[in-house]
Design a protein. Structure first.
Length: 268
């Protein structure tokens, strides 16, 4: 394995967001490119909303790009700009993977939820029949809620700091998953098997906690989507209570194969 020597022939796969200090995709993708001698590089771009809109349109003509990866807060605007969406991307109205076709068309998919569930399974935790709670239902959180229901959770509580967001998502999810109990309010921690923080609370040194874990059962799985720091205050508290802890980096790892395949890279 050798480092990619960036030249005029090097392709690009940017990731856009705001902020981007916590983003780990460049590290993961660049290692992947180096291991396979793929002449491509990933870097993070911190873009304001107007700049992100301009970037999305400009990448259509960026002939040395495979597309781009979107993180908060640009997943919804990316879905709106795509010419084609996966079924889950269309349902959620948000995407994190946007592939550029040779003719400049943009094809989007959302894999955050699948990655989170895959990471749970790697911990030996199968969501089917479990009681789950997702805190924060923006782009990543709505995808995780959807993926948990696809995986067969028996009940799901969802909350969000933005008024009405959890209720709106509940109304859409109950139509797709009529057998599940979906409640847009806080859950009793003692009844839960799975709790996910999908909000930015705890990111980049924020000492806050998305919820009080008082009463949570030892052995419950507590997950965080935050990648910087990997060990958030939320996860430290959960570990002290005897919970199984899942980091944001594990969620990234859980979806990496899907991400790579979306952009056309061969996975061994």
């Amino acid at each position: 394995m050798g480092r990619i020597e960036i030249s005029g022939a090097t392709a690009v796969l940017p990731i856009i967001g705001r902020p981007v200090a916590q983003v780990k995709a460049p590290m993961v993708f660049n290692r992947f490119f180096e291991e396979r001698n793929i002449d491509c590089v990933t870097t993070a771009l911190e873009l304001k909303d107007v700049a992100a809109d301009a970037f999305i349109q400009s990448i259509r003509g960026m002939t040395n790009s495979f597309g781009y990866i979107a993180t908060v807060p640009h997943k919804q605007r990316s879905a709106a700009a795509c010419d084609e969406l996966s079924d889950r991307g269309a349902f959620l109205g948000a995407v994190n993977l946007i592939r550029r076709e040779p003719d400049g068309r943009l094809v989007g998919d959302m894999t955050d939820g699948l990655g989170c569930v895959e990471a749970m399974r790697r911990h030996g935790q199968e969501p089917k029949g479990k009681a789950a709670f997702v805190i924060g239902v923006g782009g990543a959180g709505s995808a995780i809620a959807h993926a948990l229901l696809e995986a067969g959770v028996a009940s799901l509580n969802i909350v969000d700091a933005q008024t009405g967001r959890a209720e709106t998502l509940r109304d859409r999810l109950v139509k797709a998953f009529p057998k599940a109990i979906i409640d847009p309010k806080n859950a009793d921690m003692g009844t839960l098997d799975i709790v996910v923080n999908a909000s930015p609370v705890g990111m980049n040194g924020d000492p806050g906690m998305p919820a009080d874990l008082h009463g949570i059962k030892p052995g419950a799985l507590v997950a965080d989507v935050v990648t910087n720091p990997a060990d958030t205050p939320w996860l430290k508290s959960a570990r002290e209570k005897g919970c199984i802890c899942q980091t944001g980096l594990e969620m990234v790892a859980g979806q990496f194969d899907l991400m790579a395949r979306h952009f056309g890279f061969q996975i061994d």
